[in-house]
Design a binder for this molecule. Structure first.
Ligand code: XBP
Ligand code: MG
Length: 234
């Protein structure tokens, strides 16, 4: 990218590589219904809840908000009740991804191919579960081959989720690259703050659910990944 001397692009997944959040929302709701719970998250509910990153953390926040009496009997987001609900949600989500219910974001296939042609290294830094990323690779083998990514840092790999910078710090450490030589591509305020906290330049590309986010901490805000293709170079 002009003005930067880059070795590496590090991508967020949800809302950046693919428009995933609508399927996440529906999968949460299906898991709740299967468990006999009277919970159903609308688009508006989910937009608000998305400020809490991580599915188990999001469920826990919701239980505290709507059923404080139940929350008092549980041990936080690692409680077996929350873990079971989230595990089922992850199964339902991964099935949906493998059925082709999630599309890549506009320009992502082109951007990845361009980065490969330029010998840039690629990596992933996400709060989502590893199973979700594996399902996305399986569903898009041509545009998103697993082998293109030097490392994959997922929700299970960190103690703290975005906006904490841990996920980006760990990716940089595994890659052995200095933060100023790696560009983060993000769609949300939490993601931008995580990458900035790790000392990296960040390009933000808002997604369906993050269109209203304050992305002013990013170095650059673009409309879609195709606009980044022209800027990526050595
Ligand atoms: C994405 C998330 C994730 C997904 C669900 O944030 O917050 O929690 O919504 O994934 P980002 P899990 O794009 O900033 O990484 O249910 O597997 O946690
Ligand atoms: Mg995201």
């Amino acid at each position: 990218m002009r003005g930067f001397s880059l070795d590496t692009l590090i991508f967020d997944v949800d809302g950046t590589l693919a428009e995933t959040e609508e399927l996440h929302r529906l999968s949460f709701n299906r898991a709740f219904a299967e468990a006999g719970l009277p919970w159903s998250w609308s688009v508006e509910d989910y937009r608000r809840l998305l400020t809490t990153t991580g599915g188990r953390e999001r469920i826990w926040r919701f239980v505290c908000e709507v059923e404080p009496a139940r929350a008092a009997t549980l041990a936080g987001h690692e409680d077996p009740f929350v873990r079971r609900l989230h595990a089922r949600k992850t199964e339902l989500y991964a099935e949906g991804v493998r059925r082709g219910e999630v599309r890549l974001c506009p320009g992502i296939a082109e951007l990845l191919a361009r980065a490969r042609a330029l010998d840039l290294r690629l990596a992933i830094a996400t709060t989502t579960s590893r199973a979700n990323v594996e399902a996305l690779f399986d569903a898009h083998p041509e545009a998103l081959p697993r082998a293109w990514f030097a490392t994959l840092v997922c929700g299970e790999d960190t103690a703290r989720k975005k906006p904490d910078p841990e996920v980006y710090r760990l990716a940089l450490e595994r890659l052995g690259v200095r933060p100023e030589r790696a560009l983060a591509v993000e769609d949300s305020r939490n993601g931008v703050l995580a990458a900035k906290g790790a000392g990296m330049p960040v390009v933000a590309i808002p997604s369906l659910y993050t269109a209203g986010d304050d992305l002013s901490a990013a170095d650059l805000v673009l409309g879609n990944a195709a606009e980044l293709v022209a800027l990526v170079g050595r």
